[in-house]
Design a protein around this ligand. Structure first.
Ligand SMILES: [Mg+2]
Length: 626
């Protein structure tokens, strides 16, 4: 009978359910619904019984001076107006209680609040409240208890889509299992990423804490009989050992993300560009990663590009044995297809869809530092920015100064941050940043808190649709207007750690000598004068955190720069990254082959600084990015 009662209750109309709630609350305080309320305190009790938490101000409004009594119908009307607290509102309040931010409210934390502010409670009353809420009797209140899990269909969801969904459903966080841009499969890479409620990567404070907790884990439990069907969208509910059921919701991997993009871009204009009478031909390479379903659904099905314009679109656990890194080396197939001249625009994505590479006809390469600068200079082609305005631009420190030239010309604030998207996220949360990019093929904006490969591609297509020019012409016009930053990066991997440390020390000593400032170096017909030399340090303007030792910078008077960064001094050896950013504003020289420019400029400096210490390791595992 009880079960039938529950089922019947479920099928009642919402209005009936509301009336039943009112009645249940009323009857828990009064004998009958015919009895009138005769004081503000009684009204407060009945509202609390109905799960509301009215403020003093609200009670004064419902019980204005001179009121003698209110009846059951009056109470129903008041209950309609008094909304229940939203989960995120409650979460904010709980977070305030949780003074050491560990996700739990301890007895001490609760006691401090309840005995000191508002209507003060006695220690005995606090004990009673605490034991009532501490369901599993572990001495702490787990306010952020997970009750609902949202998973992309078939376990597929790109990193930008996860960031989008976290923000949309106001999740407390998200977990991404990915090899990102590294080889995957049994002998490849595997990573676990944790993103916080803003949708961005967890800051170090949180990851450090996770690591600390992981060291003290004593046991863990698994439920082998608990099976989730990842292929069917919809909710699956499980009875678990907590006071509420656990819901697993399988969602369409693409839809939420596509809906967001429709709000950002002019899809009608993009459809015209990709499938109208004067359409361009594109080739998009998902590199066997997660982007296949996104490219097919958004670019092919919705924007009308032919199905064969998207390649390698079936996600595979080992990325088809390839390296899903969108650069000239690993996306060589796309480069050679583009060289054929059949396609006007090409792009590749990494395994989890946050990185991108953009190519023009005949394989014309747009380096990532230039890509974000071009988007910045043409930002009004994107409707989103017409609505939100442009708050600021940012790039990671090693990224070329191409974006700085745009910021200067358009009088926009520019931030130079350490490498890592979380630094951009802070600026975005504070409303200081709209568009940002990294030389390592990451481009994005404040629509989410991750870099976003497909967003960058649609941004470029929007510019193509507005300017009605080729990728190459857009790039060349840009250099004419802003000058060109010839940029290159060399990675020296698995070098001897001691030698690498010595080299960096030697460099730092040379650079910190006062005589170094103002020194002139000539290469060909160009002279570079040292204006500034330092080890990059960043103070986050939002949370005040300081990141030191981010890389040695030699900055010349025309804005050209040489940067050295040392990383990973573990057993497999160290990696030294050398970045060269050479600025050229002479219109006669901006179309030079970058190789010619670099060979003159870069190697000269390279040998000047480090020849004595570094040559034995010089030709080991050198990766060159253009
Ligand atoms: Mg990635």
């Amino acid at each position: 009978v009880e079960v039938l009662g529950h089922i019947m209750a479920y099928f009642r109309s919402e209005e009936e359910r509301f009336y039943m709630t009112c009645r249940a609350a009323y009857l828990s305080v009064f004998r009958s619904s015919l009895v009138n309320m005769t004081s503000k305190d009684q009204l407060c009790s009945v509202l609390q019984q109905a799960g509301r938490n009215p403020s003093q101000k609200a009670l004064d409004k419902y019980w204005p001076p001179g009121t003698k009594k209110l009846n059951f119908d009056d109470f129903c009307e008041i209950l309609k107006k008094e909304k229940t607290a939203e989960p995120d509102q409650l979460m904010r309040i709980f977070k305030k209680f949780d003074t050491n931010c560990d996700g739990y409210i301890s007895h001490d934390e609760l006691s401090r609040i309840l005995t000191s502010s508002g209507e003060k409670m006695s220690p005995k009353e606090v004990d009673e409240v605490f034991s009532l809420a501490d369901v599993n009797k572990d001495g702490k209140l787990d306010y952020a208890e997970i009750g609902r899990l949202v998973i992309g269909q078939n376990g597929i969801m790109s990193t930008p889509a996860v960031s989008c969904v976290i923000r949309k459903i106001k999740a407390i966080g998200g977990i991404i299992l990915t090899a990102s841009h590294n080889p995957g499969g049994p002998s490849g890479d595997f990573g676990i990423k944790f993103n916080i409620s803003s949708g961005g990567p967890a800051p170090e404070g949180i990851t450090d804490k996770i690591f600390q907790i992981s060291k003290s884990l004593q046991e863990y439990h698994i439920c082998p009989e608990l099976k989730v069907d990842l292929s069917a969208t919809g909710k699956q509910i499980f009875e678990v050992d907590t006071f509420k059921p656990f819901t697993v919701e399988i969602v369409d991997s693409v839809e939420s993300y596509a809906e967001m993009l429709r709000d950002i871009f002019d899809f009608a204009a993009l459809k015209e560009l990709l499938s109208g009478p004067n359409h361009i031909n594109v080739r998009l390479d998902a590199m066997h990663g997660v982007m296949g379903p996104y490219v097919r659904k958004i670019v092919c099905e919705e924007l009308g590009s032919p199905a064969n314009s998207a390649v390698n679109c079936v996600p595979s656990e080992d990325f088809g044995g390839h390296h899903p890194d969108p650069n000239l080396t690993y996306a060589a197939d796309l480069v050679s297809a583009m060289k054929g001249g059949e396609y006007d625009f090409g792009a590749a994505f990494d395994g989890d869809g946050d990185r991108n590479m953009v190519l023009g006809k005949h394989g014309f390469f747009v380096n990532p530092s230039d890509s974000v600068a071009v988007i910045g200079a043409n930002i009004t082609s994107i409707p989103y920015f017409q609505k939100t305005g442009v708050k600021g631009l940012a790039r990671s420190m090693p990224t070329s100064g191409a974006l700085d030239n745009v910021a200067k010309a358009l009088k926009m604030p520019l931030f130079e941050t350490p490498t890592g998207w979380k630094f951009f996220g802070n600026l975005m949360d504070a409303g200081k940043l709209s568009l940002c990019g990294e030389e390592s093929f990451g481009t994005g904006s404040d629509h989410i808190r991750e870099k976003d490969g497909l967003w960058a591609v649609l941004a470029w297509l929007s510019i193509l649709a507005t300017r009605k020019q080729s990728v190459e012409d857009i790039m060349k016009d840009h250099w004419q207007k802003f000058g060109r930053n010839f940029f290159t990066r060399y990675d020296y991997e698995e070098v001897d750690s001691d030698a690498a440390n010595k080299m960096i020390d030697h460099l730092q000593t040379t650079m910190s000598d006062k005589a170094f400032l103002g020194q002139k170096f000539s290469s060909g017909d160009k002279t570079y004068q040292v204006e500034k030399a330092d080890n990059f340090e960043y103070t986050d303007p939002v949370d005040g955190s300081v990141s030191k030792g981010q890389g040695l910078r030699i900055i010349f008077s025309d804005g050209s720069r040489i940067i050295f960064r040392l990383s990973g001094t573990g057993s497999a050896g160290a990696t030294i990254r050398l970045y060269i950013d050479s600025y050229e504003k002479d219109p006669q020289k901006i179309y030079q082959d970058p190789q010619v420019n670099w060979s003159k400029v870069t190697l000269f400096f390279f040998f000047f600084f480090i020849k004595s210490l570094f040559i034995p390791y010089f030709f080991l595992n050198v990766c060159i990015y253009f």
